[in-house]
Design a protein around this ligand. Structure first.
Ligand code: DAV
Length: 373
């Protein structure tokens, strides 16, 4: 086996698909505010997601894994921990962990390297352990694999703006968006922090969303860590930015799918335009916030959280008919995959996976410079 992946669309040969087992609605921590009284988790409570939800999510994850195997893709699965255990470092304790469904948040493959992200929730501090059996086996099987981990964060109170959530949620949307554009959100700049799912890979260009879980120091660390890449911090008009993969989704060279409710900045759009990329507005999702599954902290835009098998073939959630029709019109073979039962465990088809091997090499898809890009 080999580790290799430079972008989101080259032919897929090997992937990790997450598991729902043992996922927990996290105990309160500086980064996480949950209040779901109608679904059994009012503010201040925490605990495992219900067994029947876990079973339904695992069935969809297993079916997805099986359908990838039938297309010749090698599929690995993580090793869940007992996420209801408390965790501690010498500087804090946290009453619960989270889960290991959204692999994309924790790991990123860039070329022959797999990098473990810092993460920015205390409940997710030890999540990398779920992937260590796989990473150890890849390291031994592929003499060329680079195995890296970003600096383990301290996540003391100094890493978080005190009282962020109530203050932020009381702001009108335009003020929230100002804060998003300035990246004055939950995280301070005390230490580099990022989730791997805020990075979109376009060969030599890596676009990193500044978000509720990724700060500017995190982007600086990534830029220094990948000196042969162009690493671009980006923001979108999204009041709750959390991972780039339901906002800005590359499908093939020259084509990116964009959540139109979350505008890109004009300089970024121009960078894509002068380099002959088409930015296609996504179709409206079938779901609304009212019809999302219970305990779901993602948005209806998981409808565009697709997984590419290659630049002509894309897995899309099976009930997202408008999105499937759009991709069909754009010339893709669309593979429908039922997946909404997985959403409460942390995301969609892209979130649930990390590609270990895609054929291909590092290409420069943006030969022309523009502004800060
Ligand atoms: O935009 O609804 C999707 C990605 C979560 N891992 C959103 C977040």
């Amino acid at each position: 086996m080999k580790v290799n992946a430079w972008n989101e669309w080259d032919p897929l040969r090997h992937i990790i698909v997450g598991r729902a087992d043992g996922t927990v609605v996290q105990a309160a921590e500086p980064a996480v505010y949950r209040d779901w009284p109608q679904d059994g988790f009012p503010q201040g409570t925490w605990g495992p997601l219900p067994d029947d939800m876990v079973a339904r999510a695992n069935e969809q994850l297993d079916n997805f894994a099986e359908s990838l195997r039938r297309r010749g893709v090698t599929v690995d699965r993580p090793q869940p921990l007992d996420f209801s255990q408390p965790v501690a470092t010498p500087e804090w304790t946290q009453d619960s962990q989270f889960g290991c469904m959204p692999v994309r948040d924790v790991l990123i493959t860039v070329g022959n390297e797999i990098l473990e992200a810092t993460m920015s929730y205390r409940s997710r501090w030890f999540e990398y352990l779920c992937y260590r059996p796989l990473l150890e086996s890849y390291f031994h099987a592929d003499q060329d694999m680079r195995w890296e981990a970003a600096p383990k964060p301290r996540l003391t109170d100094a890493s978080f703006r005190a009282g962020f959530w109530p203050e932020y949620e009381s702001l009108p949307d335009d003020e929230k968006l100002d804060r998003v554009r300035r990246n004055e959100l939950l995280l301070t700049e005390a230490e580099p922090l990022f989730d791997a799912a805020d990075v979109a890979r376009f060969g030599k260009d890596l676009f990193v969303q500044l978000s509720l879980v990724t700060n500017q120091s995190g982007v600086r660390w990534l830029r220094q860590h990948f000196p042969s890449h162009r690493v671009h911090p980006v923001t979108f008009g999204n009041t709750h930015p959390l991972h780039i993969d339901a906002t800005w989704v590359p499908l093939r060279p020259g084509l990116v799918l964009h959540c139109s409710e979350r505008p890109a900045d004009p300089e970024m759009l121009q960078y894509f335009k002068i380099n002959d990329w088409e930015v296609v507005p996504a179709a409206p999702p079938q779901k609304t916030y009212e019809t999302l599954p219970p305990l779901c902290f993602c948005s209806p835009w998981l409808s565009i959280n697709v997984l590419s098998i290659d630049e002509r073939t894309v897995c899309v959630e099976a009930s997202e008919t408008r999105q499937m029709e759009l991709l069909d019109r754009l010339g893709f073979e669309v593979l429908p995959v039922p997946f909404w039962d997985v959403a409460p465990f942390g995301g969609g088809l892209n979130c649930a996976t990390v590609d270990v091997y895609r054929e291909g090499t590092c290409e420069d898809y943006f030969p022309k410079r523009h502004g800060r890009f």
